[in-house]
Design a protein around this ligand. Structure first.
Ligand code: ZN
Ligand code: ZN
Length: 100
């Protein structure tokens, strides 16, 4: 249940969050789950690129591949006090998701 109301925009760092759905694609992944601050559903795409092409993406060890990604709340709710110039579309929370 989303609970955006009363959550004023603030850049707040949260620890690693569990329970996010990770969907791997050819060039990266999509992580989706609830914001730990306002509980709004957030989905982000992460493109890692592939210097050697996409062939063998799943089979090869990729030392440059991160084990965590940083997500920002993108719940889409207009949280109070959000600066108009902010690139975020959520409450300002950010956190890491383990993708290893
Ligand atoms: Zn929100
Ligand atoms: Zn949020």
């Amino acid at each position: 249940m989303a609970d955006h109301d009363g959550v004023v925009f603030a850049e707040v760092e949260f620890p690693v969050q569990a329970g996010f759905a990770i969907a791997w694609g050819e060039d990266g992944l999509t992580a989706a789950g609830p914001c730990p601050r306002c509980a709004g559903r957030t989905e982000m795409m992460f493109a890692f690129g592939s210097p050697q092409g996409t062939k063998g993406f799943f089979g090869r060890a990729r030392p440059t591949q991160p084990t965590k990604v940083t997500m920002y709340c993108e719940c889409g709710y207009w949280h109070e006090d959000r600066p108009p110039e902010s690139p975020d579309t959520g409450c300002g929370a950010y956190w890491s998701v383990d993708i290893s």
